[in-house]
Ligand binder design. Sequence first.
Ligand SMILES: Cc1cc2nc3c(=O)[nH]c(=O)nc-3n(C[C@H](O)[C@H](O)[C@H](O)COP(=O)(O)OP(=O)(O)OC[C@H]3O[C@@H](n4cnc5c(N)ncnc54)[C@H](O)[C@@H]3O)c2cc1C
Length: 565
Amino acid sequence: MELRSSNIDKLDGEVFDVLIVGGGINGAASAAALAGKGVRVALIDRGDFAGSTSMHSSNLVWGGIKYMESRDFALVRKLCMSRNHLIRSYPATVQEIRFLTTITRGFRYHPRYLWAGAWLYWLIGNGFTRIPRFLSPGAIRDSEAIIDTRDAIGGFEYSDAYLHDNDARFVFNFVRGALNYGAVAANYVESLGARRESGGWVTQARDVVSGREFAVRSKVLINAAGPWVDEHNALTGQATHHRHVYSKGIHLIVPRLTDNQRVLAFFADDGRLFFVIPMGPRTCIGTTDTRVERPEVVATEDDIRFVLDNINKRLRLDKPLGKEDIISIRCGVRPLAIRAEGGGGRDFLQLSRKHAIDLNPHDAHLSIFGGKLTDCLNVGEEILAAVGDMGIGVPYPKHRWYGEPPEQVRREFMHQAKLMHLDELTASDASEPLSSRLWRRYGTHALEMLEEIREDPRQAEVLIEGTEYLRCELYYAKRREMITRLEDFLRRRSKIALVVHEEAMRQSPGLREACNILFGDQADARLDEYFATTRRERSEAAAEGADLPEACPSPAAGARQRESH
Ligand SMILES: Cc1cc2nc3c(=O)[nH]c(=O)nc-3n(C[C@H](O)[C@H](O)[C@H](O)COP(=O)(O)OP(=O)(O)OC[C@H]3O[C@@H](n4cnc5c(N)ncnc54)[C@H](O)[C@@H]3O)c2cc1C
């Protein structure tokens, strides 16, 4: 029986210690932390795991350098420690990267002052990364020829980290970790609300795919519904100290602008930091920060113009970037935690991205507000402590629930890969050796893939043209990654839909074969469903004035949420 359907059967039958509603980074990290320590956990999401905010981030793991300006040093210290902890725990996944910041004439601070600030930032981060460096306009030009330095008065380079694959893959690996520890997780299962009964929680759930409704019983209920936390609390009658306000942010994915593996940072016309971020064979540009009233958002013409205008002003390109260069769009809302009473008064852009966990011990209920991918290990640990305080036994309190497999396992994998000359099979346009990519994505399971390739060399063939994904990865994804819709694979387990033109995918015989592997006799239906979704998202964006090229999927967030209502 498939992983998802067998898990749905289990959800229907057991009493869990904890049910988590929402499989973004907060829910996924909480599930991994609890399950890793032996707590009986269930996790549901009404879309795919990481199908909302957690797939629209900038993919950065950072110590919050921008909070240096508001002198929130305690927050910077906390985020720097979280960043260092992630880099240490996930050496293949969370990697240090240089940020080159260019300052132009008339900016509110002199570059030397900002460079001094970067040193302080480095010290607050325990000097964990490479040291900052000052650059004259000439040095900026020499380092990065595409930066327009005509108006520049200097710049500085410092380090933070980024997610080498993408945010959604990072989140899914926590879900996968939770499954390894016995958690029962299912995507496309919606909570319709929950009630207290006999001292526990009964959550009414609906399988979004089949429409079947059933009850999930648990002792504790965790609301990790991200931007929809308040909405879900209204369904369960929970009053909280915090609530959310929303800030929309978009990123545009365009052809690779520079071969250098560094982030280019600028201050946009609105004074906010603005990035050009490497994304494998592409470049990701953004972001925006616009207050919105609802979590379901679409990239509008104004958002797209803002990003294109700002980048065209700051780079020296042969031809300015236009809408025809956009390969895909990421668009989501940051759920920002504020005090429920009178918390809306602060300047919106100054609101910090700290998370808050509201507890209701009387009802055994927790709500997770705000947060960042960067803070995920702290969220997991804090949830563990809170659940323990609510009287749930934690059988293995010392077990380490996060991190990549130990170094000796990695060395064994690399040795086996070398003996079979695996890297000679690396696709010609790949951005890294095949062995590095397989290790980062699958950890110990990458060893099984080596075995499959030894048995049948066809398993090492790239299946979908223009991507790096091998036949054996598709079989693995079918078995272990709960791919329910094609988009789950193309957009979240992999980043194919972000970096490959939609038209190329439409024409790809390999995509059809991939669908056969993933969905069997449902292959055609899943393929049609995927292209119908991208068409609908484009017309939703068009309704907001953003007339996007045919080849541009994913302009909308929340579309799948609305679908499931
Ligand atoms: C533009 C942008 C850039 C960002 N950049 C960064 C960055 O570089 N670094 C960083 O650390 N952070 C960044 N962030 C912040 C980070 O992405 C978010 O804080 C984080 O992803 C929020 O995760 P979450 O789990 O709270 O919410 P989500 O990821 O939205 O997860 C909530 C889940 O709950 C599910 N759900 C809702 N209601 C129900 C229900 N009734 N039943 C079942 N499931 C339900 C939803 O389907 C959803 O999947 C960025 C955010 C944005 C928008």
